[in-house]
Design a binder for this molecule. Structure first.
Ligand SMILES: [Zn+2]
Length: 80
């Protein structure tokens, strides 16, 4: 395994891409996690079902994958 995983935050960050060595502002792709689905399920069961979409809209409930906009390589993931 020769994968460089960079510690990144939840927001797009400026760093040197490990693949193309360019200084880039990362492109962030947020993904729903297991935690997101669990919160949605709990809301569905105990609260009001219209709230189910809320965790999917909250950045804190989702992981953020960072990609290089220059070479499109994966840089790292922020785990919420
Ligand atoms: Zn790159």
């Amino acid at each position: 395994m020769n994968v460089t995983v960079v510690a990144v935050g939840p927001q797009p960050s400026t760093l040197v891409c490990p693949s193309c060595r360019a200084t880039v502002q990362t492109r962030v792709d947020r993904k729903a996690t297991t935690k997101t689905h669990i919160i949605a399920l709990v809301l569905c069961l105990f609260l009001c079902w219209p709230c189910v979409c809320v965790p999917y809209c909250m950045d804190s409930c989702r992981n953020a994958d960072h990609y290089c906009p220059n070479c499109n390589s994966y840089i790292g993931t922020y785990q919420s």
